[in-house]
Each structure stands twice: as C-alpha cells, then as structure tokens.
Ligand binder design. Structure first.
Ligand SMILES: CC(C)(COP(=O)(O)OP(=O)(O)OC[C@H]1O[C@@H](n2cnc3c(N)ncnc32)[C@H](O)[C@@H]1OP(=O)(O)O)[C@@H](O)C(=O)NCCC(=O)NCCS
Length: 367
C-alpha cells in the first residue's frame, strides 16, 4: 500500500483530500471543460457527489491507490490520482485542475511530482491517456516528462454518444524527464485562440466545424485531380479535423484552415507535414476553394506560415512538391519565396494508376 505522504513541489502541496474540500471539488467538477473531458462524472455535479468522492478517497488508499488534493497557498486547486499499481508495478495517473487554477502549470507540476514519488515507492512505470482533442491534457503529459506510446482508436464513449480516440503516454523510472519544449509551438495566444493574419487571410487550426467545407473542397474535381488518395468521406474528414491539436502538440504536423479575414469564410487548407527535426525540414501542402482563387490568397497564406515557421521553430528548410502540370500551384510557390530545386520523376501515384512527375521547391531560413 502507498504511504499517505504529503508531497511538496514548487509552490504546490499535495495532500490527501479532506471533507472541507468538497465545496471546491463540486465547483471544479461542475464546469463545462471538466464535463467535456471526463464523461463519466455526474452532470450536474452536486455537493453530495463531491462528499462521496472525498469519503471514497480513504477506500482508494486502502485499495492501494493514491488520491491527492493539489493546493497552492492553502487553496484547493485540483486532484491528482494514481490507480493501485498492478502486478507489474505499473500505475495509472489521472489529473483534474479547477478552472480558477488552470493555465499556470499546476497539472504538469503535480503530475511530475506524483510520478517521481511513485517511482520512489517502487513503481516501475507510470502511464496515462488523454483524448486527442484534450490539448491541455496532452501538453500536461509532455511537460510532465511522459513519452507518447500510441493511440487507442474509439477507446471511450463521450456524453454525446460518439467514441473518441485516446493518446497513450508512459514514463519509466529510468527515463530522463527533461522539460518538453514543443518542437512546433502553438501560434501566440494558444491553440484555440492563436491565429496568423495579414488582414486579408487568416490562418487558424483546422477544426471539426470545418469538416463539411473541407470535405467538399477535397471532392472538388480540380482539387481531387492532384490528390494521391481516393476522395475521403465526411466522417474521415471530421476525424481528421479532431486530430489537429494532437498532431500539433506532438510536433507531427500543423493543419490550418485558411479563412477570408473579412467574412471568416473557409477559403482553403494549408498544412505543414513530414516534420523531420533531425533534418530541420518540413513540407507544406495546400488547396483553395475555387471561389477564392485568383486573388493571391494562398500566396499570402504560405508567406505568413513560412515567416512564422522561421521565427518560431528550428526548421531550416520548408519544401513543397507540385505536379509538373500544376502551374497555378507553382506560381503560388514562386510568389511566396520558394525556389525550384528539381524534378522527381514519376513520384506522384494518381488515382487512375498513372504516376506524375513532381517539381520540388524549397524556401530556406533567412540567414
Ligand atoms: C487538463 C488540465 C488538467 C490541465 O490543467 P492545467 O493546470 O491548466 O495544466 P498546465 O497549466 O500544467 O498545462 C496546460 C497546458 O495546456 C495549454 N492549454 C490550456 N488550455 C488549453 C486549451 N483549451 N487548449 C489548448 N491548450 C491549452 C496551456 O497553455 C499549457 O501548455 P503550455 O505550458 O505549453 O502553455 C485541465 O485543463 C483540466 O482539469 N481539464 C479537465 C479535466 C481533464 O481533462 N483531465 C485530464 C483528463 S486526461
């Protein structure tokens, strides 16, 4: 059984919960973000639910787990828990921070401290999982020194009946748990609010609300003509839009909606993918809705993204590949500072079985 130690970490004190925490626990759990990402909690979450939770904590300790209240300056600010270590000394972590304490590093500090403490108690491996859309929780996992280990598709059902994918993380006792500075930071203002704009176009994360426009655009014949895969279904594209935050937070790719700044209308899609930190290289890809073509929107969008990339990431080379026949796309790259580098013969598989030559382009970090 784990000892009921008090854990001190930075400005936080982790201690077993007490009855007087129940009011704050009720307020914390009756919040829309909590309800969204913790679908098994009662909704509405009432004071009696909070009291049951506090009273049940003793039994959870007895069963071999750990339930800690996180406090800062003597104020309750969240809960961090460990399930009883299993037969192989593997424990599972969970965390929840009150709305009034979010965004200050509380969850990451508490998760890291509880994990370190579990290792001191003989636990060998600590794991946790977060929904692909729970970007704050994904960041917490990276910041607390966890490594991503894979995904579980359709792992849990949400309140709206939909099944969601979860990202699995683990930390082993011997892991060097350094500070996880993201390779691809979010735009200034954070994942949900950050955007890039020049007053004409606006770049913001591709969101589930864009799935319909995105799907229609991909099916449009002049877009589909340059696609390497069969046209995707609306369901595929909705799923893809839900992955934007996870792909970005994990440094794999950035998926953006290009919007008309004046109206907010969806004008197209711009992505940064094939991110290869060891090479300092990533590739862009894009498509524009026909109604927004001929106005220089994609050249502006690519220029904005390229400038941001060189100002905020360690990338040295931005590349792009266009079908040799796609002169409109080649003009976008020329206008946005890319130089032609060569031709890959028969690179692009087409849906009709032919293969097209690809012209490669690159824009380098300014010296
Ligand atoms: C997930 C949660 C515990 C994070 O708590 P927290 O103390 O705010 O976390 P931290 O401050 O340590 O880190 C949050 C990170 O996510 C970012 N973040 C916060 N809100 C965000 C949001 N809505 N979208 C994207 N990122 C967000 C923060 O900027 C921070 O990252 P950064 O340091 O790179 O800037 C809290 O949001 C919460 O309780 N959510 C509901 C319950 C839950 O989801 N629990 C986890 C289930 S797996």
């Amino acid at each position: 059984m784990l000892p009921r130690d008090v854990i001190l970490t930075g400005p936080l004190i982790l201690r077993p919960p007490v009855e007087s925490d129940a009011g704050e626990i009720a307020r914390m759990c009756d919040d829309p973000v909590t309800a969204r990402f913790m679908p098994l909690l009662p909704r509405p979450f009432l004071p009696e639910h909070a009291l049951d939770y506090v009273n049940g904590a003793a039994a959870r300790w007895e069963a071999g787990g750990a339930t800690y209240a996180i406090t800062r300056d003597e104020r309750f600010c969240g809960i961090v828990t460990a399930r009883p270590p299993d037969h192989w000394d593997v424990a599972e972590l969970g965390y929840l921070v009150a709305p009034w304490a979010r965004g200050g590093g509380v969850a990451a500090m508490a998760a890291r401290a509880l994990t370190d403490w579990l290792f001191d108690q003989g636990v060998r491996r600590v794991q946790l999982e977060a929904e692909v859309e729970n970007v704050a929780s994904l960041r917490v996992a990276y910041k607390a020194g966890f490594l991503e280990e894979g995904r579980r598709r359709d792992a849990k059902r949400l309140r709206d009946g939909r099944y969601a994918d979860f990202v699995m993380f683990g930390r082993l006792k011997g892991d060097v748990a350094g500070p996880a500075e993201p390779y691809l930071p979010f735009f200034e203002g954070g994942f949900e609010r950050g955007e890039l704009t020049d007053g004409v176009v606006r770049l913001a994360p591709l969101a589930p609300g864009d799935a319909g426009d995105f799907n229609r655009m991909l099916a449009e014949p002049t877009v589909a003509a340059y696609a390497m895969a069969e046209t995707s279904t609306l369901e595929d594209d909705e799923r893809r839009c839900r992955y934007t935050g996870y792909w970005w937070a994990s440094g794999q790719r950035i998926e953006l909606a290009v919007r008309d700044a004046a109206s907010g209308a969806f004008a197209g899609h711009l992505q940064l993918r094939q991110v290869a930190p060891v090479m300092g290289q990533a590739m862009i890809g894009y498509s524009l809705v026909p109604a927004f073509r001929g106005r220089g929107y994609m050249s502006r969008a690519v220029g904005l993204l390229a400038e941001w990339v060189f100002a905020h990431t360690a990338l040295h080379r931005l590349t792009a590949g266009t079908d040799v026949t796609n002169t409109a796309s080649q003009a976008v790259l020329e206008r946005s500072g890319f130089r032609r580098e060569g031709v890959h013969r028969e690179l692009f598989p087409k849906v009709d079985g032919r293969r097209a030559d690809e012209v490669t382009w690159a824009r380098l970090r300014p010296s």
